[in-house]
Ligand binder design. Structure first.
Ligand code: GAP
Length: 489
């Protein structure tokens, strides 16, 4: 697999991802999607949406607002608990997450063959983090002589909690009472709409609510491109179940989500489950699905069994009953309950990065003159490709452009198509390979005689001649989302 720098360069060069506000030297951990990136990301989101809502009869979607009542974040625990212990180096002014700083030291110790020392350091850290003993955490950093990677000094501030939520003011007056937050997750918009959807949709438990939307976190350590951003998109689904049936739902979604990622072309050997050993106090199971990025196995998606924590907290704070009346339960005293929730949560940007890393292919071969060449192409599943089909006249004369435009016109309503007449056909093939276009259609002199075209396949570079009349069916078959969604059965 290519290294991250190659992926970043490719993403920029071919219109997938640009650093935000680049003309002003960028904005840290914020990125913009370019003309091809937005198409790929939309296709990923569309497939997730279809996989969730179209293929599960008991899952429906919503789109809740980013701004929400501030008490929502009180109930969810984000105001009090969504923070990380941080420390600043006074010389370099660089801020670190305490656990990352200590973990880095442990890695160095291990590399020096001091495994026992590294293990003890991590165990001590875990114990102090659990107790939130910040004074002792600072002492641990000083005792183990941890230095800043920039200034190389151990001139540290105290350890402080740093809330990851962005805030702003709603209305004209800027004071504490008007303070609202940019949501750090989309999930709470689902919880507070649980009753609305259940009642208006006459949903029967178990059922799910899915949502795709922006989330914001003031991440401190954000250096792996779009892996960890300050503004990102989540695709989350909350599955509401009867208490004590959550284990079954958890196992069901765990397998289903793994299948989805594999159907998108991420290979089984690059995906793995990672069970959480430390659970939040309200959770009774949690795991990550990790993908092997160029920088190692990292979290791609989370699956969490959250009991009735969220609905229960909103019920307590809002004084609105978040209960469900279960007609299927025989015992009268058990008919009303606050449902338990199993959540699946994946970042659209992280899935985009995984897809791009997986698709990037360098293939060695020899050209027609026997010269060694490396062909670079994005081996995206055709349904995900930003452009599905490129229509190219062999030359820009003798009626070929006119005929090619006719073909383009025929395809463009159903498929993301592009018409390309500049440069040579070969250069166009290369260009389309680099953005992952699965099919190129070339119009030549024979086309004018017998209404046939050549279709060139991206992955094999194989070319076949077919009738123009058969093109829509061929393209449709190749790029259909069904090719992916069928694998979820
Ligand atoms: N509602 C649960 C929740 O938000 P999370 O593990 O904090 O759980 C879920 O986030 C997913 O969102 C992650 O697995 C990741 O894919 C994505 N995500 C989280 N923080 C992110 C960030 N700063 N940048 C990009 N994606 C992020």
């Amino acid at each position: 697999m290519a290294d991250l720098q190659t992926i970043i360069a490719h993403a920029k060069e071919y219109g997938f991802v640009f650093p935000s506000s680049e003309v002003y030297n960028g904005l840290q951990a914020v990125y913009d999607y370019g003309q091809n990136g937005v198409q790929l990301k939309n296709n990923l989101k569309m497939l997730w949406w279809k996989a969730m809502t179209q293929l599960n009869e008991n899952v429906v979607g919503i789109d809740s607002a980013i701004f929400m009542h501030p008490l929502i974040w009180k109930a969810s625990g984000h105001i009090d608990g969504f923070s990380d212990p941080m420390i600043d180096n006074k010389d370099s002014k660089k801020r670190y997450r305490v656990d990352h700083l200590i973990e880095r030291k442990a890695e160095l110790l291990e590399a020096e063959g001091k495994k026992a020392e590294a293990d003890k350091l991590l165990a001590d850290m875990d114990a102090l983090l659990a107790k939130e003993d910040f004074a002792e955490l600072l002492q641990l950093i000083l005792d183990t002589k941890i230095t800043c990677e920039v200034s190389k000094t151990s001139n540290w501030t105290e350890v402080r909690q740093f809330n990851l939520m962005f805030s702003t003011e709603m209305g004209a007056v800027a004071d504490e009472s008007n303070k609202i937050y940019l949501r750090p997750e989309t999930a709470q918009g689902i919880f507070v709409n649980f009753l609305n959807v259940q009642k208006t949709g006459r949903m029967k438990i178990p059922f799910g609510i899915a949502q795709i939307g922006k989330a914001f976190r003031n991440e401190i350590v954000a250096r792996q491109f779009i892996f960890r951003m300050r503004e990102f998109e989540q695709m989350e689904m909350q599955y509401f179940v009867r208490p004590n049936t959550e284990k079954e739902a958890y196992d069901f979604w765990k397998e289903k989500r793994m299948k989805f990622l594999q159907a998108l072309g991420l290979p089984a050997e690059k995906l793995r489950f990672h069970d959480h050993t430390k659970l939040a106090f309200y959770a009774n199971a949690a795991l990550d699905i990790e993908y092997e990025f160029p920088f190692g196995f990292k979290e791609l998606e989370g699956i969490h069994s959250r009991t009735d924590h969220d609905l229960g907290s909103h019920q307590a704070l809002s004084k609105t009953k978040m209960q469900y009346f279960d007609e299927d339960v025989q015992e009268k005293d058990k008919q009303r309950y606050v449902p338990y929730v199993v959540e699946t949560s994946i970042g659209a940007d992280r899935l985009f990065l995984a897809t791009l890393c997986q698709a990037y292919t360098e293939e060695k071969g020899v050209d027609a003159n026997g010269v060694e060449k490396t062909r670079i192409f994005l081996k995206l599943p055709p349904a995900l490709a930003p452009i599905k089909v490129a229509v190219i006249p062999l030359i820009r004369r003798q009626g070929l452009p006119e005929k090619a435009r006719e073909v383009f016109e025929m395809l463009r309503y159903d498929f993301e198509a592009t018409y390309q007449e500049k440069a040579t056909v070969g250069q166009n093939y290369t260009r389309q390979d680099l953005i992952g276009t699965p099919l190129c259609v070339t119009i030549d002199h024979q086309t004018l005689e017998d209404n046939t075209v050549t279709v060139r396949y991206r992955d094999t570079t194989e070319q076949v001649r077919i009738a123009i009349a058969d093109l829509p069916a061929l393209v449709g078959k190749e790029v259909s989302v069904k090719n992916i969604l069928e694998k979820l059965k």
